[in-house]
Design a protein around this ligand. Sequence first.
Ligand code: AMP
Ligand code: MG
Length: 411
Amino acid sequence: MEAFTAGLISLDDALNTLLARITPVQQQETLSLADAAGRVTAGDVISPVDVPPFDNSAMDGYALRLADLTSGAPLPVAGKAFAGSPYSGEWPAGTCIRIMTGAPVPAGCEAVVMQEQTEQIGNAIRVTAAVSDGQNIRRVGEDIRQGTRVLSGGIKLGAAELPLLASLGVAQVSVLRKLRVALFSTGDELQPVGQPLAAGQIYDTNRFAVQLMLNKLGCEAIDLGIIRDDPAALRAAFIEADSRADVVISSGGVSVGEADYTRSILEELGEVGFWKLAMKPGKPFAFGRLPHSWFCGLPGNPVSAVVTFYQLVQPLLSKLSGQLAPALPPRQRARCTTALKKSPGRLDFQRGVVQRNAAGELEVSSTGHQGSHIFSSFHQANCFIVLEQDRGNVNAGEWVEIEPFNALLEG
Ligand code: AMP
Ligand code: MG
């Protein structure tokens, strides 16, 4: 891997480098629909049936033959067709069949007239509106033809896809295997929640955040706990993580402090791809290769850890899991109602609250203090305010770009 040594690299370059390196997992398994939620299709899914499976009525009304309308005489009702119980009796000329939505149309039916466009005359009806050939008939295969592709490979299966497969009677689907991701936090100051804090200690936020996000993305998370700032312990954690996972994610220890060993151990065991991004928060982010896995070193500050996970690790895992190339996240222009502090030099992901004002325009405001230790800013926010690398301070009333949070940061 070509190492980047010069200065900070842009988020776009970092993403391009990382995505160009990653190739999706290959191993497949066949799962029932219920077990396949959140998994990625391993190949095309072909429809075994026509949808709808037969011509059927789109309305509650009457099934007709057009020739029977020419005389204008009332049409006696010769029978009834319900969804699930077709009419299969004789259908004499000059009569109609009462029909309900979803019922198969009787053989010879050329149109269904809705009941609101008829007038009841004893056991007969008269049609009170013009009738056109084929009206209110849903045709066999109109939605999906037997033998056509309903899903391609690389599709994450969720509430839009799995019911579609169920509607085709497809009970099992071939999917790619789950990703295994090992994670650990580094730092002598960290304590797991539930333990009392001694002087100078803080709770480990990042491992919890990363685990939740991995669960949300459908990965199997392998939690290796808190690793002390000790090169031997860290090396052992790297080796164990690499032996068990497709991706190893650490947090902390990627700055330039004296106890920041992550980078040197990555260099020793594998290769550094890049380290240090021109983005804020999140400058110290390391990406690299270990003998059996990819490595992402998140910054220690919790806000930076989550922003870099969101912006870099999320697309990495998406590609590795076999999902089709994700479109760039949608960004929109919004009027910023608060002044924002920004110094030129890095792409800035501030946390903001976007809403529509009374005139229907998007307005965004800052959640306030943007320090990379202010984790509550995520809870208050619903979007990133993305400020270009070269931009300086933003005055209230200026236009900015916003990127709405995706499901990763939702409850
Ligand atoms: P580092 O990159 O290890 O120098 O950490 C930068 C800052 O983030 C320091 O203030 C650390 O105490 C803090 N930090 C590192 N890891 C975590 C963590 N897992 N949870 C909360 N804060 C952390
Ligand atoms: Mg540290």
